[in-house]
Design a protein around this ligand. Sequence first.
Ligand code: SF4
Length: 315
Amino acid sequence: MNTEQLDSIMRSSGAVAWGVATAESVDSEAWERRERWISDGNNARMDYLDRYPDVRRDPRNLLEEARSVIVAAYSYYPSRRQPADAPQFAWYAYGRDYHEVVRARLERVASRLDEVYDGARFRICVDTAPLMERYWAVKAGVGFVGRNAQLIVPGHGSACFLGEIVTTIPLPASTPSEGACPDGCDLCIRACPGGAISRECTVDARRCLSYLTIEHRGAFTDGMPQLGRRIYGCDACQSACPLNRGISPTDIPEFLPSEALMSLTDSDIATLTPERFSSIFSHSAVKRAKLAGLLRNLSALTPRSAAGPPSEDKI
Ligand code: SF4
């Protein structure tokens, strides 16, 4: 299969960008940077990020005899936003759970490849395996890592889900990305409500509202950043980023905003039953926070009357 044929398969899966990296050990500089990030405690209580270092270091430990890592980016950039006074959900949660959607699309890619490459093996990863996915995305030429630690796909911004196919097929490697943020830009650093972003392209999860509203379990403690109106996730750095302006919204139907989510009010959430939560969110990434998490976040929101527009809109 030549690159044009593979491109056609990837584009028809809905990928806005894709590329191939050779399956090999992560280079020492990237690995040491990651180890430092963990040892400085930036992963907060996400202990799972420190597990399976051998797999994380080398995708050949995920799939024996792997030769290539295909990385694909799928835009979720929304065509519209929630009303400013609504409890705010992260853009990525507006539509269906990307784990299901991207996996289904990559499974179709893998089965097309399987028809051509007899005996090939595949491992599909959508945030489900200990892969350093942004590292592989840069290696595969899909984009570069911005100062907010998000992968930025040129022309499509940072509102993109990543998925990978690790495979035994020896595909030609793409040219790694050499992109970078514009000189002197620090809009995301200034926009971050918790001051979580450093100039060295790292994010401290302990100060990140995305982590705190989704992954953090238990009560909020004094000194944590204020949520404002953010009930699930945070897009302050993405909203501030000039590379996310003037780009086309997603055309993947499953990522279009769910009306049930977009119209939720504070009182709708306060009165959610487990059944209603399940009916709205069973195919949504929001289920990760669980009903208890949403209710905890709701109680920490700035009241509607005092909120004004979300802080990213003031920039
Ligand atoms: S806001 Fe500026 S510094 Fe931050 S990710 Fe975007 S381009 Fe890079």
